[in-house]
Design a binder for this molecule. Structure first.
Ligand code: ATR
Length: 286
């Protein structure tokens, strides 16, 4: 998925690096808070700002930002898929997931697109459930949207022996099976509860349970105590899904850490320091 569009070479950065997040709308994004916290904490010269970009202006803006001194941007809704068509270099995992969330504007003028959501997902679990072993049993993923694709890619890469998936719109789950291979088993939405039987990792990758959205109504009776249960929704931090799993003796990890960890590779690349994800950062973002 590499396109060559004769990019203009950029002069080496000799000023405080600029980065940001592009989306439409963008006011809700917590990324400026998160990167701002790290910049301040490490005393680094640099700025990270929210940049509202209408879909029709995406390509023009992406070619202009490097000329303005930007070293890269995060990408959020609705541009995560469209940036793949504009980038000059797309990593294999971004191509497989079908979306990018981190762009690097290289000094040779090329736009490099990567997806760090899966990295953030795994890093969150590794940090908050250090005993979790993905290869110990089947993983069950509820949802088959863009976020779910990143979760599926990272779980398969981490060695889960079987990946079960269910989605209201079954076609999207079938597509994931077709693209990600034989370890993926699709369950009917009406049978979602059965998918949890014997699973050792369970993920809500839908937007259900988010403040203002419908509740997640998957029956959790089949959950075994000790199962690792996580939710990509982090508003509220403890969703009803996590609370019920916890009451059944499961180990639960909230979704905020995924947001924090997915930001780290971009920050390191743009500002030159690997940042830490810790309680101080969580509190700053909350
Ligand atoms: P994201 O990039 O956050 O994953 P998305 O691609 O729009 O966003 O995916 C949203 C996910 O939540 C999908 O799995 C969606 O199911 P559909 O593919 O059937 O739309 C799921 N979802 C959202 N609202 C839902 C609802 N009310 N009932 C069931 N699933 C829902």
């Amino acid at each position: 998925m590499t396109q060559d569009s004769s990019p203009d070479p950029q002069p080496p950065v000799s000023h405080a690096p600029l980065a940001g997040v592009i989306g439409w709308p963008i006011a809700h994004s917590r990324s400026p808070l998160l990167h701002g916290h790290w910049l301040q904490r490490y005393g680094l010269a640099g700025h990270y700002i929210p940049i509202p970009v209408r879909p029709e202006n995406l390509a023009e803006v992406l070619r202009t930002l490097p000329r303005m001194g930007f070293v890269g941007v995060n990408v959020t809704i609705p541009h995560k898929e469209a940036v793949l068509q504009i980038a000059d270099i797309v990593t294999d995992r971004a191509a497989l997931i079908g979306a990018a969330n981190t762009l690097i504007f290289r000094e040779d003028g090329k736009i490099h697109a990567d997806n760090t959501d899966g990295y953030g997902f795994i890093a969150n679990l590794t940090q908050n459930a250090p005993d979790w072993c993905p290869d110990r049993g089947a993983a069950a993923v509820i949802g088959a949207g863009g976020a779910a694709r990143a979760v599926v890619a990272s779980l398969l890469e981490s060695g889960v022996p079987e990946l079960r998936i269910t989605n209201r719109t079954k076609l999207r789950a079938d597509q994931i099976k077709n693209e990600f291979g034989a370890k993926v088993v699709v369950y009917d939405w009406a049978q979602a509860g059965n998918m949890l039987e014997g699973a050792t990792t369970v993920v809500n990758a839908t937007s259900m349970g988010m403040t203002g959205k419908p509740a997640l109504r998957v029956p959790l009776d089949a959950l075994s105590p000790g199962t690792l249960v996580t939710d990509l929704v982090y508003t509220p931090l403890m969703t009803d899904f996590l609370l019920e799993a916890q009451s059944r003796g499961c180990q639960v990890v909230d979704g905020l850490g995924m947001l924090l960890h997915q930001a780290a590779p971009g920050f390191e690349r743009w500002f030159g320091r690997r940042p830490e994800v810790d309680e101080a950062l969580r509190q700053a973002v909350l």
